[in-house]
Design a protein around this ligand. Structure first.
Ligand SMILES: [Zn+2]
Length: 408
């Protein structure tokens, strides 16, 4: 798999309006759906473009080309497989009749490869860097911060799609289940690739999904915890001492699920929180401690606030492991939860499980308070943290779930 880095926004494809141009014309010229160009240029009025106005074209980057002996723009356009007009558009100052050897011109290049690599130890920095790269190439994405972690990292949310149906996916509620973050990010990248290249996934055209659905992704709910598992304790000596003590004086954090204060974020929600507390540890530690009260932790508060604000039709929380999908909560789930989980199960071969002895989780709270479908998807098999050797298998099995979450 080819991978490239786009360090700055300037490398994405910007063009400048000429007299008589229209977004429709750009859509035809670059083969990008008009809706995606509109959504990449918020605040512009497509009926009255101004000459010289900057327009961002999604799904393309610009590369430099060095003019060689005998080159004409036509020859370059043939060689680079890009419309001649596209080259002229990104080089507005260029005189096509006066090229010289060694001259550098810009070439629009259609992005047909993944720009992120999820198959690595995927910490918070990698994720934020990847979100920045995706934004540069796919400006129809929108991102916001839903709040800060205990160690004051922004928790990003990425939105894709322009439909009325609002769907939410999240990953890494649990620190040592961090593989769910690069799995979700890889799906996001593949969805974007499919949209701008008109390439179906599993035989499914994705542009209708974009039009029907707004997908809201929080790829890493627990950034401090993920970084603790992957990179060890924070440099700050006070925090370092604290987490090692909570970890029973061990510096092996592979069993750590909680946030940096030793609170399990998926035991923090006001859905029989007291019952969950009764069966769990009473003090902070690597896992299962639900805090002194529901929603005491900033990461859980951020998720609760987001969920209240967005009014999601359904939510999918990705965890590891077990290859199971939990879909019920005290018979409060709506009837469509069952048909939905059957579809998720069919496409992933994961087992649908209605109820388990567990409370105070995010999906429990969502089902309880909204009476809408909520799911916990337990990906992969083995001992957490799952090895990256499982990455491809997990992705292959969950891809259908990601898609079904949009088409259902
Ligand atoms: Zn989990």
């Amino acid at each position: 798999m080819m991978s490239i880095f786009i360090f700055k926004e300037e490398h994405s494809l910007d063009i400048y309006v000429r007299p008589g141009d229209s977004l429709w014309h750009y859509s035809q010229l670059f083969g990008i759906p008009l809706q995606l160009i509109l959504d990449s240029n918020h605040g512009i009025n497509p009926q009255s473009l101004t000459v010289g106005q900057r327009i961002r074209i999604p799904g393309f980057i610009t590369t430099n080309y060095h003019i060689k002996s005998g080159d004409t723009l036509w020859a370059v356009s043939q060689k680079e497989n890009i419309a001649l007009e596209g080259i002229i558009l990104v080089n507005p100052q260029l005189n096509p009749y006066y090229l010289y050897i060694g001259q550098i011109i810009k070439i629009p290049k259609r992005v047909t490869w993944r720009i992120i690599n999820g198959k690595q130890d995927y910490d918070y920095n990698l994720m934020t860097n990847d979100i920045g790269q995706l934004l540069a190439v796919y400006p129809f994405l929108q991102t916001t911060s839903i709040g800060n972690s205990v160690l004051e990292k922004n928790i990003p949310e990425v939105q894709v799609g322009s439909g009325n149906k609002k769907v939410h996916y999240n990953g890494s509620f649990h620190a040592n289940e961090w593989i769910t973050t690069p799995i979700i990010m890889t799906f996001l990248n593949d969805y974007l690739l499919s949209l701008t290249n008109h390439t179906p996934i599993h035989g499914l055209s994705t542009f209708p999904l974009y039009q029907q659905t707004s997908l809201y992704i929080v790829p890493m709910v627990n950034p401090d915890g993920v970084d603790l598992v992957l990179n060890g304790p924070p440099a700050n000596e006070t925090w370092r001492k604290k987490v090692i003590e909570m970890n029973r004086n061990s510096e092996d954090f592979s069993g750590w699920k909680a946030n940096i204060r030793g609170v399990d974020l998926n035991d923090q929600f006001p859905a029989d929180w007291e019952k969950e507390r009764a069966r769990n540890p009473k003090k902070p530690g690597p896992r299962d401690y639900g805090g002194e009260k529901p929603l005491s932790e900033p990461e859980a508060i951020a998720m609760a606030n987001l969920t209240r604000k967005r009014d999601f039709a359904w939510v999918l929380a990705f965890h590891t492991q077990g290859e199971e999908i939990y879909w019920g909560y005290k018979n409060q789930e709506p009837p469509e939860s069952e048909s939905m989980v059957n579809e998720f199960s069919r496409v992933s071969v994961y087992e649908a499980v209605r109820n388990i002895e567990s409370y105070a989780g995010y999906k429990d709270w969502f089902i309880q308070d909204w009476r809408r479908p909520g799911f916990t998807v337990e990906v992969g098999k083995g001992i957490n943290p799952l090895s990256l050797t499982q990455f491809d298998t997990i992705y292959q099995k969950t891809l259908g779930i990601f898609l079904a979450g949009l088409y259902l």
